[in-house]
Design a protein around this ligand. Structure first.
Ligand code: HEC
Length: 441
């Protein structure tokens, strides 16, 4: 039976309907299903389940607080800039439901009012893959301590070029996989040439931090500096698989290898992982190829104690295109990141602004509409770093910080996707340049 207060909920100001009308089964479950259960269920990364009343009841106050502060669900884009199709934030109405429910003593209500439980599949979300490529071996994650970033390589076994319509990265030990990045490497590419199929390599600490003088790369777009290598998929907690829009696909060449960058975090229980990548190929060639790239500035040098040190880089587009798939990446000193489009004669346009970056969440932001850019437009990314003692994640505010893989060194990695005509030149952007930073927000 539909709730008899549904009408009032819609049309009366929030404060005027009684909290007692709001129950778990009728009002709260729909919100938890839509915004929370993707992570808050057994076997996923969140530390407790929010499926049954019994599970959720003890958390009522914490849920109210986490929702009111927008700590949950995790989402970091400033709503003043851009709209994103994967925006997970609760509406005002949904936030109010949670507040009224918790304030009213978290009543259960009638189980008959609840929507049907969500069905979670442990199978592929993309349907049956045409090809599954897995890590070459099981990897043991200890119960405690830090695991260095570990890279694995596997041969895709492709004897012809292929178009990828869907791609899903599926860890077998989800709770300990913080994130996974998957790169395709064409035959002949020198990208991470020390890593060959069947192999894996941890990156020990001493390799990590380079003084800028040792970095020959400077600021760059990844495709130019590492020809033949492209990130084609990733896994983050509660992330969605890659699903191409109609007429689009990602491209892989015959003979390509997959390289996996795995970031494991320990959680008190030893585990073993053998992450898989499932791929559904396009049945017909697309009109457009979606290419992933990144703006990087490896010359960064962050002074000790600096509370908001800016670092910037730009690339220039060589043809008209459309961009999307924004993925800001920094480490524990990352404070904020801004993506801007600079057009001749126009004010910089902010495409994405993440004012309070959190390393724990490697989120992607997919603009509702791909953003059109013109030949000659510049893409500028500015990152701010907090190397002060006020940053609670800062392991050592007294240190000068350079580029490096580990979370205690830094990165400016701003992933984005662009489209080119199928068969076109994938290297659409120039070699990047360090740039004057965007004005502080
Ligand atoms: C993308 C995965 C994800 C989603 C979606 C998500 N959570 Fe969480 N949640 C986590 C993880 C992981 C933690 C533990 C780490 C942390 O506190 O950041 C957590 C912690 C919490 C906590 C404890 C907070 C604290 O301050 O200790 C609450 C309460 C919570 N979540 C409620 C919710 C609610 C309610 C929703 C939906 C409105 C939600 N979460 C959506 C992953 C998620």
């Amino acid at each position: 039976m539909p709730g008899k207060y549904g009408f009032l909920l819609l049309f009366l100001p929030a404060a005027s309907f009684a909290a007692a009308d709001v129950t778990f089964h009728k009002d709260v479950v729909p919100v938890l299903q839509k915004h929370c259960q993707g992570c808050h269920r057994p076997g996923e990364a969140a530390p407790f389940s929010l499926i049954s009343y019994k599970e959720a009841r003890p958390w009522a106050k914490a849920i109210r607080a986490a929702v009111a502060s927008r700590k949950m669900p995790p989402w970091f884009a400033d709503p003043a800039h851009g709209t994103f199709s994967n925006d997970t934030r609760l509406s005002e109405r949904e936030m109010n439901v949670i507040k009224l429910w918790a304030d009213g003593g978290a009543p259960e209500g009638d189980a008959a009012d609840a929507p049907a439980p969500l069905e979670f599949t442990s199978n592929w979300k993309i349907g049956k893959p045409d090809l599954i490529v897995e890590l070459p071996s099981e990897f043991a994650i200890p119960a405690t301590g830090t695991v260095d970033y570990t890279w694995f390589a596997a041969d895709m076994g492709l004897t012809e070029d292929k178009w990828i319509e869907k791609l899903e990265v599926r860890p077998t030990a989800r709770p300990v996989v913080h994130h996974a990045l998957v790169f395709a490497r064409e035959p002949g590419s020198t990208y991470r040439a020390d890593l060959q199929p069947g192999g894996h390599k941890s990156r020990p600490e001493r390799e990590q931090t380079r003084h800028p003088a040792q970095s020959d790369k400077g600021a760059f777009a990844i495709g130019k500096s590492f020809p033949g290598a492209e990130m084609i998929g990733d896994y983050v907690v509660n992330g969605d698989p890659y699903v191409a829009s109609p007429g689009q696909a990602r491209f892989v060449r015959a003979g390509s290898h997959l390289l996996f960058q795995m970031h494991y975090t320990t959680n008190g229980k030893a585990a073993s992982d053998r992450t898989q990548v499932g791929i559904v190929f396009a049945k017909t060639p697309p009109k457009e190829r979606v290419v992933n790239n990144a703006v990087i500035n490896a010359t960064l040098r962050i002074p000790p104690g600096a509370p908001a040190h800016p670092v910037s880089a730009t690339v220039t587009f060589q043809h008209d295109t459309r961009i999307g798939g924004f993925g800001p990446h920094m480490h524990v000193r990352g404070k904020a990141m801004k993506y801007e489009l600079l057009r001749a004669g126009a004010e910089p346009e902010t495409l994405l602004y993440v004012p309070a970056y959190d390393f724990n969440w490697q989120l992607k932001y997919q603009p509702t509409q791909w953003i059109g850019v013109r030949r000659g437009d510049q893409f500028r990314v500015t990152a701010w770093y907090d190397n002060s003692p006020n940053n609670k994640y800062n392991p050592d505010p007294a240190k000068e910080i350079f580029w490096g893989d580990q979370s205690w060194a830094e990165m400016l990695f701003a992933f984005f996707d662009y489209v080119i005509p199928a068969g076109g030149d994938p290297l659409l952007v120039t070699e990047g340049k360090p740039a004057a930073p965007s004005a502080a927000p």
